[in-house]
Design a protein around this ligand. Structure first.
Ligand SMILES: [Zn+2]
Length: 199
């Protein structure tokens, strides 16, 4: 684990009633609204992201953009991402100020056209995790790796890439800090930080 993440986890553990390694028994639910809800690749991507979170005890509840409840994580899709906008990134989020995710679908299609639905699902799961953890931090391996390589893509194709245990702990810490009645903050005025994500 990187030192910065260890420090962050230590700080969070000190502020939070949950121990860093304790996963609550009850399943947590996170509501996510996704643009292009019914697009075939998005349908499969939603299943992939849901499975990844279900395996660690978190249920993703999907809502259509037109009926998106307050406090939900909102996903938008970009199909003409400017080359100068976070070059090489497959999406961006603002983990310190809001609950918004933008996915660069055009770059995903160019990056690895053979596994677009899988890759889309993993990018969505990665970005949702930034929102939950409220950090831009990355792990040395797994879903939250900063730069996926060919081995990771092969694991994605076989649905074998998982969350690192450090991220499971941080996800539950993040969910424990969330205000249940409000969910995630959506404060456009506070959005200031982008996040460069895996290639
Ligand atoms: Zn990232």
């Amino acid at each position: 684990m990187k030192l910065t993440r260890m420090i962050t986890m230590t700080m969070l553990a000190g502020l939070c009633p949950y121990a860093a390694t304790a996963k609550p028994a009850a399943t947590r639910t996170v509501t996510v609204c996704a643009q292009d809800w019914s697009m075939p690749a998005m349908i499969q991507a939603r299943m992939t992201a849901s499975r990844l979170f279900r395996e660690i005890g978190v249920r993703l509840q999907w809502a259509k953009p037109g009926s998106c409840p307050a406090g939900a994580i909102r996903i938008s899709i970009s199909r003409s991402t400017p080359d100068s906008f976070y070059p090489g990134a497959l999406g961006c989020t603002w983990p310190f100020g809001g609950a918004q995710v933008e996915i660069f679908l055009d770059r995903i299609e160019k990056n690895n056209p053979r596994i677009v639905p899988n890759l889309l699902g993993y990018v969505i799961a990665h970005k949702i995790t930034h929102v939950i953890e409220r950090t831009g931090g990355h792990s040395d391996h797994g879903v939250m790796k900063a730069h996926w390589d060919w081995r990771d893509f092969a694991r994605m194709e076989g649905n074998r890439l998982r969350f690192a245990q450090d991220d499971v702990d941080l996800i539950f810490l993040g969910l424990a800090r969330r205000t249940p009645a409000v969910g995630f903050p959506t404060n456009a005025a506070a959005i200031s930080a982008g996040d460069i994500v895996p290639r």
